[in-house]
Design a protein. Structure first.
Length: 348
């Protein structure tokens, strides 16, 4: 005699199955999310390793001539020279271009802090490559990266451990990769675009969101002010890019950001060395103090009329001390394995 399942029993079984499915779904969702995040991070890592390894360029320098030993960015304070080269296929000047932007960043490992110095492109300095004074942005056209490093080290009295050379096209690609940046534009102006089309960019004064072309125009222009203010604007733009890049909203755009930077950059840093800088952006906010080299306008009329930015020597010495203390070095430069620490490391 066969037994039949009662309707109540069937209903209870269906309810138990539905509850079981819900539990499975509740468990599966975080697992799927976790696997997706891990997969994305692995993809990003592989992309970054490929892209940044391709951007690596050996320069024949095992270390700065001002260092006793090679630095290790995982434990040492280091410096990075940032060269913005305004080269393009239109201008056909990749091999002999001048540096349109020069910045030196010092990074203190203990404080996870960064000091960013902007050097006016028309600064009159001694260029060892040619043995006389000229505008600092000419050093690159005289002898490329090596001549620029030698000039900066002589000027600031600090070692240049790493260098990054970035084509200005990177401004466009990186800003567009993060869907624009918010910047306070100081005044209304017209500027050429990346294709050198005159007055193609028109910006009004005030805080606003800029796309890549507009950010490049703001970084370039100096029609209504001078090179000092131009350097400050470039520092502001870099800060805005960094802030947007490390925000949660940009996580899914990292792939585009990495590719945008990589294709416009060459550097003597290896990928493993680059990874050591991640801690500066993940330590509860990136602290960047900005500086510039003060000076005054100067016109030279012999043998021909030429403009220079003549540096204030007293202010220059103060800036040198700030950078040296941030790197925790003295007049005798060395790595952390045998550093001479200044008596007072506090910078007011």
């Amino acid at each position: 005699m066969s037994s039949k399942t009662s309707p109540n029993t069937r209903i209870m079984k269906k309810k138990r199955k539905r509850k079981l499915r819900r539990r499975v779904y509740v468990l599966l969702i975080p697992i799927i999310l976790f696997i997706s995040v891990i997969g994305y991070m692995i993809h990003l890592y592989a992309t970054a390793e490929t892209v940044f390894s391709d951007s690596h360029e050996e320069d024949g320098r095992e270390k700065s001539a001002l260092r006793d030993a090679r630095v290790d960015p995982k434990k040492d304070n280091v410096s990075v020279l940032i060269m913005g080269v305004d080269a393009s296929d239109i201008r056909a000047n990749a091999d002999n271009s001048r540096t349109d932007t020069l910045m030196v960043a010092t990074l203190n490992k203990k404080d996870k802090s960064v000091k960013l110095l902007s050097i006016p492109r028309d600064s009159k300095v001694y260029i060892p490559e040619v043995g006389y004074e000229d505008r600092i942005n000419h050093a690159h056209s005289f002898g490329g990266t090596e001549a620029t490093i030698d000039t900066i080290e002589k000027l600031l009295g600090i070692p240049i451990d790493y260098w990054v050379k970035v084509n200005f096209e990177a401004f466009i690609d990186v800003v567009d990769a993060v869907d624009g940046i918010t910047v306070d534009v100081p005044y209304e102006f017209y500027e050429q675009n990346s294709k050198d089309v005159a007055n193609a960019i028109h910006l009004y004064a005030g805080e606003q969101e800029l796309d890549g072309e507009e950010a490049l125009a703001l970084a370039r222009t100096r029609k209504l002010d001078n090179d000092i203010e131009r350097g400050k604007r470039q520092q502001t733009i870099i800060k805005a890019i960094v802030k947007k890049t490390i925000s949660l909203n940009s996580i899914l755009k990292y792939d585009d950001i990495i590719k945008a930077v990589g294709k416009n950059m060459t550097t003597n840093m290896k990928f493993d060395e680059m990874k050591s800088f991640i801690s500066y952006g993940t330590s509860g906010g990136l602290n960047i103090d900005t500086y510039s080299l003060e000076g005054s306008d100067y016109w030279e009329y012999v043998p021909k009329k030429k403009y220079y930015w003549v540096l204030d020597q007293e202010k220059l010495e103060e800036t040198k001390r700030v950078l040296q203390e941030h790197l925790e070095i003295s007049s005798k430069v060395s790595t952390s394995s045998g550093v001479e620490t200044p008596t007072n490391n506090n910078i007011n």
